[in-house]
Structures are given as C-alpha cells and as structure tokens.
Design a protein around this ligand. Structure first.
Ligand code: FES
Length: 118
C-alpha cells in the first residue's frame, strides 16, 4: 500500500521495481519523469513523507505505508499550484526564445541584423 497524493493506492510490484516505475507504469502518474536513472538529474523527484527524494533510486516496496507526493499532487483538481504556473510561464518563455532564435537562423543567413535593420 502506498499513499500517493493523499489517496491510498494498492499496487503489486516486483521487489526490484523502482518507485518511479511504480508511479509511472502502475499508477499512470507520468508527471514523474525518468532521465538519468542514476540520481543525478532530479527529473524523478517526488516527496516522500514531505522530503524530496529521487524516485529512481528507491524501490517501491521501501515506500510502503509512506506518503508520496508527485507533481500531480501539487495541483488542486484542475487548478495548478502557483509554483506550477510559474514554472509553466518560465518554460513557455524559454520555448518562445529558443523557437524565435531557431526560426531566425535560416532567415538571417548566419548574420544577426542590427536593430535599425529590424
Ligand atoms: S532519473 Fe535522474 S535522478 Fe532519477
């Protein structure tokens, strides 16, 4: 039994199943991402009894009877947590900047235009 985002969830896993795999593959919580799977990148971070942990480094069975909070658990139903909204804005702006630069390259013929040329 895991408590995930405030709800008791019964999940059957192999002893070697990581918490990340249990969350993603068994419980369908795909907000927990896998990157390095070595505890380095942090993309699998969840809260375990309120403390951040790398879910790729924990076996699901170790988390039995603990409270797990995933990114999905931060939202209040369909309303994103303010932190989620802030990250969403930052991501969108990074994407816009990246996309703008990437689209500019074929147009500019590798030289940057002056402000007056714009
Ligand atoms: S997947 Fe990179 S720290 Fe877990």
């Amino acid at each position: 039994m895991l408590r995930v985002n405030g709800t008791g969830r019964t999940v059957t896993v192999e002893p070697r199943t990581t918490l990340a795999d249990a969350l993603r593959d068994r419980l369908g919580l795909h907000g927990t991402h896998l990157g390095c799977e070595h505890g380095v990148c942090g993309s699998c971070t969840v809260l375990l009894d309120g403390a951040p942990v790398r879910s790729c480094l924990l076996f699901a069975i170790q988390c039995r009877d603990s409270e797990v909070t995933t990114i999905e658990g931060l939202a209040d139903g369909d309303v994103l947590h303010p932190l989620q909204r802030a990250v969403d804005l930052v991501s969108a702006n990074i994407w816009k900047a990246t996309a703008t630069v990437r689209m500019w390259v074929p147009i500019s013929d590798t030289t940057w235009p002056s402000h007056s040329a714009l």
